[in-house]
Design a protein around this ligand. Structure first.
Ligand SMILES: Nc1ncnc2c1ncn2[C@@H]1O[C@H](COP(=O)(O)OP(=O)(O)O)[C@@H](O)[C@H]1O
Ligand SMILES: [Mg+2]
Length: 313
């Protein structure tokens, strides 16, 4: 079981021809034993980049320019690539990549796709047993091993992807938008599956642009906006008393029961992360904007978390 995860002032930038994209720009949060995290924020806010930084799977033109990531008190950014791959990646921390279910290789059957992951580790001999075990964990029959991706439904493909992330028995599972592109019933099944894995002792970092599904999994929530954390805290506090105006807008946008119309989401274009707005990055969309917002907002401590906003100074 994961004891703790601390991400401390993490900055991950993409060095592109059009400039430096400050995709993750000073992110800090902490999870304690048994806690799971929901990471929410609109598309382009840096969620996937944060996840890929924790997995240390970034393209060569991306760089973690500062910060620390402590998993069970071990600084996983200071370990050699060889050791990280041997003892951490897929083994302690695993990830379901955004869109992975649509990236399964059509020419290989499921057995081959799972074997591809295990063959680099010492599981080779026990492959068949472990593959069956892990399919059972995601509630698929072992006959799925002989099938090809096109023979499976979307929900089954997503279960295969989850199974592959469980092969080496990780303590922390990062699930990047695992229910996007699935229909509502299948979404609920996948969330139930993640809930069960959590009950069985796994920590989950659930990434989504949909705040409504986080409540089922996570004790803690991070709200990201433009590469930064706008607000971090206990899920129940964030649902009942959202502090940051961006969080308030996200909470309002959760469609209620009885088919009430989806409320207005945040209007306007995605924030520019090459030349981010100075001061508060949300100020051009904020209904409470003040003069002082042109200056970098302070981090205000709240219950077990913080909010980055001048309103609370
Ligand atoms: N491979 C990449 N090369 C250049 N920029 C990227 C790359 N991946 C993401 N970005 C940029 O980094 C920012 C954060 O993206 P991402 O982490 O994918 O956000 P999210 O997962 O919240 O949608 C965006 O501005 C995006 O355009
Ligand atoms: Mg993403």
């Amino acid at each position: 079981m994961m004891q703790s995860l601390l991400v401390d002032n993490l900055k991950t930038y993409y060095f592109t021809n059009s400039g430096v994209v400050r995709a993750v720009d000073g992110v800090t949060f902490e999870l304690k034993k048994g806690e799971s995290l929901g990471l929410a924020g609109e598309s382009g806010s840096g969620k996937s980049t944060l996840a890929l930084s924790i997995m240390r799977i970034l393209p060569s033109f991306a760089k973690i320019v500062s910060g620390r990531i402590l998993l069970d008190s071990i600084d996983i950014l200071s370990i050699s690539e060889k050791d990280f791959n041997k003892s951490f990646r897929w083994k302690k921390i695993s990830m379901i990549f955004q869109g992975a279910m649509n990236a399964l290789d059509p020419v290989y059957n499921i057995r081959d796709q799972l074997y591809e992951i295990l063959k680099y580790h010492n599981y080779k001999d026990r492959f068949e047993d472990r593959a069956k075990e892990v399919l059972e964990e995601v509630e698929l029959e072992s006959s799925v091993l002989n099938r090809y991706p096109h023979e499976l439904s979307g929900g089954m493909k997503q279960r295969v992807v989850i199974a592959s992330s469980l092969l080496l028995k990780p303590n922390l599972l990062i699930a990047d938008e695992p229910t996007t592109a699935l229909d509502v019933l299948v979404q609920a099944e996948i969330i139930n599956l993640l809930k069960r894995l959590k009950r069985e002792g796994m920590s989950i970092m659930l990434i989504t642009h949909d705040l409504a599904i986080i409540s089922e999994i996570a004790e803690k929530i991070c709200i990201m906006y433009a590469g930064e954390i706008a607000e971090f805290g206990r899920a129940k506090d964030i649902y009942t008393k959202p502090m940051h105006p961006y969080t308030q807008a996200l909470i309002k946008a959760i469609p209620r029961l009885r088919g009430e119309k989806k409320l207005s989401y945040i209007k306007g274009s995605q924030p520019n992360l090459i030349e981010p707005l100075e001061g508060c990055r949300f100020r051009d969309k904020c209904p409470y904007v003040m003069d002082v917002c042109k200056k970098t907002p302070p981090l205000i401590k709240s219950n077990d978390g913080y909010v980055r906003c001048w309103l609370y100074k």
